[in-house]
Design a protein around this ligand. Structure first.
Ligand code: AMP
Ligand code: MG
Length: 281
């Protein structure tokens, strides 16, 4: 499966070069089967990570309105044990949040060892909406790319596996989804006039996003550009990317679990010896 993964800064990256549609050869039926298998694998990897407590996973979801951030979260989290998952949504900052640096409200939601954190929007809003709508002076937001890279490096050094997704939809697909929301009583609660206003600055957002991908793509915190016009393909790419990333740690986690098990057993035996207790098994 061709996945667009950006692992280093690239001043020439263009969003228009990445399709919003699934590749021609992708099949919805096969995707459903694959997604089912990936769900099982993700659950198993989660259990290993939970037991080993050496790493955590941070999934960052960004995208325009109606790009499917909520849908992708439901899909990924649905496969996991909720015990080890926290979802945080970042909206317009509160007064208290605005009175701090932009990472203040973000950092405390970073995942603990063994756990998943999923960000529905993130620190990136501070170089996206803030830039497009002039919510802070350029001198302030233009420094944030470096701060973000340093922040994500810090997380990675502490064992956090950072995986960032941009759900890439076309302007046409967005219009279709926004209109559908109006017609469907069960989704009408999502209606927001702001979503239509944001469409008027579509190109400004494209530029702002491109600068994010050009400057904040690193080996330890790559960006995935996910074709998101088809929900089934979007879900597959996100699940595939998370599983693929975590798979690299599988053997390490197994070793840690084996070692911890051995140490636990030895401690138990020592305790029983000291008590003169004999135990079968
Ligand atoms: P939603 O994701 O639909 O709940 O909307 C959340 C809104 O909060 C979006 O319009 C975001 O652009 C906005 N938002 C998120 N973070 C920030 C931020 N740091 N500054 C200003 N607006 C933000
Ligand atoms: Mg919205």
């Amino acid at each position: 499966m061709p996945i667009t993964r950006l692992t280093k800064p690239d001043s020439k990256f263009r969003l228009d070069d990445v399709s919003t549609d699934p590749p021609r050869e992708a099949s919805k039926q096969e995707a459903a089967e694959r997604l089912h298998d990936l769900g099982k694998e993700l659950l198993e990897l989660q259990e290993l990570m939970w037991g080993a407590r050496t790493h955590s996973v941070l999934i960052v979801l960004q995208g325009r309105d109606a790009a499917g951030k909520d849908g992708a979260i439901k899909n990924v989290v649905g496969a996991l044990n909720p015990r080890g998952v926290a979802v945080s949504s970042f909206g317009v900052p509160t007064k208290e949040e605005r009175e701090h640096d932009f990472l203040w409200r973000i950092h405390r939601h970073a995942p603990r060892a063994g756990e998943f954190a999923i960000f529905n929007r993130s620190h990136y809003e501070d170089v996206l909406v803030v830039r497009v709508h002039d919510l802070a002076p350029k001198s302030l937001w233009s420094e944030r790319y470096d701060h973000i890279n340093d922040f994500e490096e810090l997380l990675a050094e502490h064992g956090t596996i950072v995986i960032k997704f941009f759900l890439h939809i076309s302007k046409k697909e967005q219009e279709k989804r926004l209109l559908e929301r109006e017609e469907n009583p069960s989704t009408a609660w999502k209606l927001n006039v702001n979503d239509w206003k944001e469409r008027e600055v579509w190109d400004e957002y494209t530029e702002a996003y491109e600068d994010v991908f050009r400057r904040c793509s690193t080996r330890h915190a790559p960006w995935y550009i996910v074709p998101a016009d088809a929900k089934w393909y979007r879900n597959l790419v996100v699940a595939e990317a998370v599983a693929e990333t975590m798979r690299d740690y599988r053997d390490d986690w197994l070793k840690t679990l084996e070692r911890n098990g051995r140490e636990g057993r030895e401690e138990l035996e020592e305790y029983r010896r000291s008590k003169g207790v004999r135990h079968k098994g």
